[in-house]
Write a protein that binds this ligand. Structure first.
Ligand code: SF4
Length: 232
C-alpha cells in the first residue's frame, strides 16, 4: 500500500474509533482531524472543543479564528492556504467535555491521550512532515518534554522535523497579555514564515503535479517581516 492509500485507510479507521467511549472515558466519540497526503506542515493541538465537536473540523471555533490570523501573519496567503499545506490533529481527537463549572473544556484525560497516541504516531510515520507546529503546553511537552512556554515559544527545535512551539490561541490564555510573550509569538510566526517560504515557494504552489497540496489559484506572496529572536 502506498503512503496516500495508507493515510486514507488510517483516517477511515480513526473516524470510526470509539475506544474511549467503550472504556467509559467520554460519553461520545467524534474523532476530529483534517489534512491531506503531502502536507509539509503538521499541527498538533490538545483536543477539539465544543464547536469542533459539531463541525468535525479542527480549530473551527474562536481559537481557530485566532490561529488563522496568526498563520496569515506567518505568511500563509490565507487560512485556506494554511490548511491546504497543513495536517491538523490533536493529542486527543474527541471532545473531552466541559469542566464542572462550565467555564472551559476539560483537559484531555491521560487515558484518552494514551488511547489516541497511535493515531498520531502512524500519521507522523506515514506523512513524515517537514515541520511540526506544536500548539499549547500539552502538545509541546509531548515532543519536547516539560518546560516553560517562555523558553519554547520563539525558538525552533530539531531538524527533521523542525518543531515550532506556539501558545494556545484560546482567548482564555493570559500568557499573551505580557508584551515579551507577544514578542515571542511574533518570533515564532517569523520562523514559520521562513519555513513556509522554503517549503511552499511560489513555483511549487502554482503546480500540483506531485499530488501534494498546492492550490493553483494562490498568488505568490512574501511573508511579513517580523523581529527574530534566538534560534535553538
Ligand atoms: S479520543 Fe482518540 S482513542 Fe479515544 S475514542 Fe476518540 S479517536 Fe479513539
Amino acid at each position: 500500500m502506498n503512503g496516500r492509500a495508507a493515510l486514507l485507510a488510517l483516517q477511515a479507521d480513526c473516524r470510526a474509533c470509539h475506544l474511549c467511549v467503550d472504556e467509559g472515558i467520554i460519553p461520545e466519540a467524534n474523532p476530529t482531524f483534517e489534512g491531506r497526503w503531502g502536507a509539509p506542515f503538521f499541527l498538533v493541538g490538545q483536543a477539539p472543543g465544543p464547536v469542533e465537536r459539531e463541525s468535525r473540523r479542527p480549530f473551527s471555533g474562536r481559537a481557530g479564528k485566532e490561529l488563522d490570523r496568526w498563520m496569515v501573519r506567518a505568511g500563509f496567503e490565507s487560512p485556506d492556504e494554511f490548511r491546504s499545506l497543513t495536517y491538523i490533529a490533536a493529542l486527543m481527537r474527541c471532545f473531552p467535555g466541559r469542566n464542572r463549572s462550565g467555564t472551559g473544556d476539560l483537559k484531555p484525560p491521560p487515558a484518552a491521550v494514551a488511547n489516541c497516541a497511535h493515531w498520531l504516531e502512524s500519521e507522523l510515520r506515514i506523512l513524515k512532515p517537514k515541520v511540526l507546529i506544536l500548539v499549547g503546553q500539552l502538545a509541546i511537552a509531548r515532543f519536547l518534554g516539560p518546560g516553560r512556554l517562555e523558553d519554547r515559544v520563539g525558538r525552533r527545535f530539531g531538524d527533521r522535523p523542525v518543531m515550532v512551539p506556539l501558545p494556545h490561541p484560546s482567548g482564555q490564555s493570559r500568557w499573551l497579555n505580557d508584551q515579551s510573550n507577544r514578542e515571542r509569538l511574533a518570533a515564532a510566526l517569523s520562523l514559520l514564515a521562513q519555513l513556509r517560504l522554503s517549503l511552499a515557494p511560489p513555483h511549487r504552489r502554482r503546480s500540483n503535479s506531485d499530488g501534494g497540496p498546492g492550490p493553483s489559484q494562490h498568488r505568490a506572496q512574501r511573508p511579513r517581516q517580523m523581529k527574530m529572536r534566538s534560534k535553538a
